[in-house]
Ligand binder design. Sequence first.
Ligand SMILES: *Cc1c(COP(=O)(O)O)cnc(C)c1O
Length: 394
Amino acid sequence: MATSAPARSDSPALVEPPFASIPLLDLKAQYAGIRGELTDAVTRVFESQHFILGPEVEALEREIAEYVGVEFAIGCASGSDALLLAQMAIGIESGDEIITSTFTFGATAGSIARLKARPVFVDIRPDTFNIDERQLEAAITPRTRAIMPVHLFGLSADMDSILEIAHKHHVPVIEDAAQAIGARWKGEGVGSLGAFGCFSFFPSKNLGGAGDGGMITTNDPQLAQRLRILRAHGARKKYQYELLGINSRIDALQAAILRVKLGYLESWTAGRRRNAENYRALFAEYHLTELLTLPFSPETSFHVYNQYSIRAPHRDELQRYLSDRGISTEVYYPSPLHVEPAFAYLGYRAGDFPNAEVTCREVLSLPIYAELTMDQQRVIVTTIANFYARLAHQ
Ligand SMILES: *Cc1c(COP(=O)(O)O)cnc(C)c1O
């Protein structure tokens, strides 16, 4: 990558925009538009005094199943538990290996390690940030029990290649779709392609609750039944313990809130995608498209932009420069999992997955939420342009 912006006479004038206050995600702006509906939903649950499972949870499960395009959806306490329960449902145990990406949120590999199974990491593709399907097969061993791709930042991994390798080696695919509800691969909803889809309703996800929540999707009636038993102490009927389960349900209150928000998800996603287009146009206008690497979305994918992650030279200085001017950004993620202390026992070393390691030094996620305005986007892009212009003149 070049390290500074070329001086272009046809660039818009680089004037210092007024001090901005632009959060990475503005949930108050979202709330302002749906306050009344949320209050009604919460009141409905309080009036019923039905807090655990019941009609709101069942309705949300039906609605998510339909939205994702699967037969069954099973609510649980978080996205992390969704990953854990999916593995429990197929009997993952000590010594089993599950292949996943090293460039992801800790819970992806953490859920594997919690069952005493072994996360086997694979490097990412530099263009999509997702697991490199071309390096996947080399990670398969006789102990491989599942493949867990992550649809990072809201972009589907290459599901054709992943499913082909999985079928060839007779292992199921557990999709970590925590960041990608509504994303599609060749028209099919993520979470509907593998044996399981695992979703999170953490407040910063595209469909975020008022706290923690998660959902597992599947087309297999037997697995769906096992998941329902496993999330409720392993009991199909009260006090009859068929399996060793856990307590991991989604609250009726969360379900009622999420049902309201699900009605807006398509329009919020459209807003995120429009903002991604706006960024592309603005960065082009300021001649920054060669200096920065903007998110890539292949033809096969419908990107839902849970994060808008660019690669930027002098990333840390840029982030500080933006922060000093009231613009919040985030580094997802500062370090790949294979070098994190919690996974040191796996024996990986720095240098094992160079694409992920370089990416961690370059990525920066910019505000992309649906309520972000074009004016705000222009302030962000102008400020970035100013940063590189100053750098060039140093
Ligand atoms: C958020 C997230 C999770 C975990 O979801 P929680 O609901 O926070 O437990 C898992 N994997 C990925 C990729 C995530 O982004």
